[in-house]
Ligand binder design. Structure first.
Ligand code: UD1
Length: 419
């Protein structure tokens, strides 16, 4: 299914349960490789990236069963140490299976990963970290081969607090002799979630959620049943749909404690936000206020994964806004599509800043999703636009959002697939 037509009928009045976190589920699925037992993950979203991760696990020889949002991985036997190229090219996160494979078998092979085109996305921190643990890393053409005859704990200082590198090294370090310390580690909730799973498996991890994490390798890992948290980016996306269409939305299973920076910006835009436990309710203001300056940053800063979704909403604000992207170099590829819908956004020559001119009512037209979060921005735009919006290359969005057409209908819009 490549194209989705969306039309909205006015204000939203809806209650939704937020799907499980994609960015937590992927490393937790990789962690199932660490031992020859069974790992049960509950609340896993049934999205394309998770299907890719399950494909990798099966290709490596594990038995995976899926019942609703429960995924059971029996990793009694690993029959292959190469992650198939088709999966690697589909999703950048495939790279975190390298760390888990190293911990389990001492070797792993893959081609360079694909995924959203958000600018240059090297994996040098991951590979340098493996070297520090005592691995031999061979790169030829696009093939990565990593091998060790026994990893040893080390102090690894990341040049930037990379989420993926922190996860990969946590997983690899679980198989290293002694203690590994990751300095300048990412502090994202997904690191906390992965570390919680590792601790439940019996691995000693300290400091997750801070920039210094210590992990003791070679623990006797046990079977575990673990529940994923709600997805903070998906929750934010539905809140922004409400901001653009107007009305009120109530989200259950929202990881409220991990959404503070997004909720704070929504508050500055005039939203009335109420939270209680894992429930967040958002009422859109009659007039959306502009945001004079917003900068993406690693957690707990404003997430780069949320900035595309703010662009259509700020286009309708009562004045101009500015967003500065500091994490990825090509995150404004969505701008040209939003401009086809009537937005007026000026991107600086160095592609780091967008000035969003407010006061624009967007109109529906044919647009193309350039990447996952840019695609989510188009759904938000469509829910506030006049007329029909047809979104092409919808597969990008299906990588991270489950049952999208059903959700749009729940929000009061029409959604139908065009084949
Ligand atoms: C993860 C998230 C992604 C999110 C991003 C930043 C998953 C599946 N994906 O991506 O949704 O947008 O964190 O919060 O969890 N870098 C290097 N060398 C490396 C690794 C990273 O230069 O070896 C750079 C990247 O090019 C980028 C920055 O570091 O500019 C951040 O990347 P990173 O935190 O690694 O993002 P991902 O783990 O790919």
């Amino acid at each position: 299914m490549g194209r989705l037509r969306i039309r909205n009928h006015g204000k939203i009045q809806a209650e939704l349960r937020v799907q499980g976190s994609k960015n937590s589920s992927l490393p937790c699925l990789a962690a199932a490789l660490l031992h020859s037992g069974t790992t049960v993950l509950d609340g896993v979203p049934m999205i394309e990236d998770v299907r890719t991760a399950i494909g990798i696990l099966r290709a490596l020889g594990t038995q995976v069963t899926v019942e609703g949002s429960r995924v059971t991985v029996c990793a009694h036997e690993i029959t292959c140490t190469e992650i198939p190229p088709g999966f690697m090219r589909k999703m950048r996160s495939s790279v975190i299976f390298l760390g888990a494979m190293l911990a389990r078998t001492g070797e792993a092979k893959a081609v360079y990963p694909g995924g959203c085109v958000l600018g240059s996305r090297p994996i040098d921190f991951h590979l340098e970290g493996f070297r520090r643990l005592g691995c031999e890393v061979n790169l030829r053409e696009e093939i990565i081969e990593v091998r060790s005859c026994g990893m040893s704990g080390a102090v690894i200082r990341l040049p930037f607090s990379s989420v993926g590198a922190t996860e990969n090294l946590l997983l690899a370090a679980a198989g290293a002799q002694g203690t590994t310390v990751i300095e300048n580690a990412a502090r994202e909730p997904e690191i906390v979630e992965l570390s919680r799973l590792l601790m439940r498996m019996g691995v000693d991890v300290r400091g997750a959620g801070t920039s210094r994490i210590a992990i003791c390798g070679r623990a006797a890992v046990r079977d575990v049943c673990f529940s994923m948290s709600g997805d903070r980016i998906v929750a934010g996306t539905w809140l922004l749909c409400c901001m653009n269409a107007g009305g009120t939305i109530c989200l259950e299973r929202a990881p409220v404690q991990w959404m503070q920076s997004t909720l704070e910006v929504l508050g500055r835009m005039g939203a009335v936000i109420r939270t209680e436990g894992m429930v967040v309710e958002c009422s859109a203001p009659e007039r959306i206020l502009p945001v004079s300056y917003l900068e993406t940053a690693p957690y707990p800063g404003f997430p780069t994964d949320m900035q595309s979704q703010f662009l259509p909403v700020l286009s309708g604000a009562q004045g101009d806004s500015c967003i500065c992207e500091t994490v990825f170099s090509s995150r404004f590829r969505i701008v040209s599509e939003l401009e086809r819908m009537g937005a007026d956004i000026e991107v600086s020559d160095d592609l780091t800043r967008a000035r969003i001119r407010g006061g624009k009512r967007l109109h529906g037209t044919a647009v193309t999703a350039p990447d996952l979060r840019g695609g989510a921005a188009l759904i938000i735009a469509a829910m506030g636009a006049e007329g029909d919006t047809v979104i092409d290359d919808f597969y990008h969005i299906e990588r991270g959002y489950e049952c999208i057409a059903d959700t749009i209908r729940l929000l009061g819009g029409d959604a139908c697939w065009i084949v």
